[in-house]
Ligand binder design. Structure first.
Ligand code: NAP
Ligand code: FER
Length: 335
């Protein structure tokens, strides 16, 4: 029996903010799974900021998306048919075949897992998946916060940021977040125990707002945004501060490079350490991450927030929402 699949392809490379013209929905007929292959139906797919980088012709770390091919990324699905040892219909698998509702692939490209709560599969694309692990790796390996220190987090209510804030609180840090809406700020204060939150859209001068929110200075900056946020963080940073450079989303859609922060020399006098990192290089921490985070989520010690958009037809809009802040918490597409 053949199965149809719908896929979203990148058809041209955007220079600035992508629009629907850069994407196309394509229907294909899938072959029956061959030897060692599985047919999978995706239940949830992730949209993530890094996907914008893969739409460029030149990637730094990763291969660019090929034109007129399905894009890819994290997804959680269910095996419908298996021709592979160790997998059977009904198994839940993490896979890299986002932007498609159904797909056939070698069994080695999917990983079967046992969700801690089968009703909350999408958590494995957020707090219990790549973004949660990014928060964990970035904070522990590169931020190295100590009890009593101040941690500043930009895009603080997002998929990565909300986990950084809450892990840092668990470590006994003072946590200051920056977000783009009052509702996001209130959630961090009320539900996540964050000490102070700045709405960067309404706060006026960001350095002044940060200095007021972090009266003892900033010891660790978890960088998700770049630009003015990096400039303000450097201004308020304490000597021997650490910057975990996770991303700089404010610049991802720039057609031309934006001017840099004007105060980078502060890195020298303040002896600041800046560490860029990519989560995929740190699988050595995966087991520890999953056992800690599953326990913290199950015990309600880490709060999770998702924006769930329905249907593959809305996946492009879900992706674009990441750049206008229309997501609150992890952006998920339910297929
Ligand atoms: P997210 O925070 O869930 O969503 C993106 C958020 O960024 C938006 O909701 C918006 O929140 C904020 N934002 C967008 N444009 C902005 C701008 N111009 N200025 C300030 N804020 C802006 O996304 P995420 O998945 O957690 O990713 C967060 C960061 O981590 C990104 O930089 C991403 O590239 C990076 N990342 C890195 C790795 C790695 O391995 N290094 C892995 C995963 C993610 P507001 O409403 O608060 O503005
Ligand atoms: C991300 C932003 C950038 C990310 C990866 C990158 C996994 C990689 C950048 C590069 O290769 O230059 O959110 O997440």
């Amino acid at each position: 029996m053949s199965t149809k699949a719908r896929q979203i392809h990148l058809v041209s490379r955007p220079a600035g903010m992508p629009t629907h013209e850069h994407f196309e929905t394509v229907e294909v007929e899938l072959p029956a799974p061959g030897d060692g292959q599985v047919l999978v139906k995706n239940h949830y797919m992730s949209v993530d900021p890094y996907m914008r980088g893969r739409m460029r012709a030149q990637g730094v770390y990763a291969e660019p998306y090929a034109l007129k091919q399905p894009m890819y990324g994290g997804a959680v699905g269910e095996v419908l048919e298996s021709n592979a040892a160790g997998l059977q219909a009904g198994d839940i698998v993490l896979n890299g075949a986002a932007w498609q509702d159904n797909f056939v692939a070698d069994a080695s490209t999917v990983s079967k897992f046992t969700p801690f709560d089968p009703e909350r599969l999408s958590l494995y694309l957020g707090t219990l998946g790549m973004p949660g692990m990014t928060a964990y790796v970035g904070l522990f390996k590169f931020g190295e916060p100590k009890e009593g220190e101040t941690v500043f987090v930009s895009a603080a209510s997002g998929a990565v940021g909300a986990n950084v804030c809450q892990i840092a609180k668990r470590l006994g840090c003072r946590v200051v977040g920056s977000v783009g809406s009052d509702a996001k700020a209130q959630w961090l204060l009320d539900e996540c125990g964050v000490d102070a939150v700045i709405n960067y859209k309404t706060c006026g001068d960001l350095t002044e707002a940060l200095a007021a929110a972090a009266p003892n200075g900033v010891d660790v900056y978890f960088e998700n945004v770049g630009g003015e946020h990096l400039q303000a963080a450097l201004n308020v940073m304490n000597p021997f501060g650490r910057i975990a450079a996770c991303g700089m989303i404010a610049s991802y859609n720039n057609a031309e490079p934006a001017p840099g922060p004007n105060n980078l020399m502060l890195i020298v006098g303040k002896k600041v350490r800046i560490n860029g990192f990519i989560v995929f290089d740190h699988n050595d921490m995966r087991e520890q991450f999953l056992s800690d985070m599953e326990a913290w989520v199950a015990e309600g010690k880490i709060k999770t927030k998702e924006t769930v958009v329905e249907g593959l037809d809305n996946a492009v809009d879900a992706f674009l929402a990441l750049f206008s802040g229309d997501n609150f918490g992890k952006m998920i597409v339910k297929l």
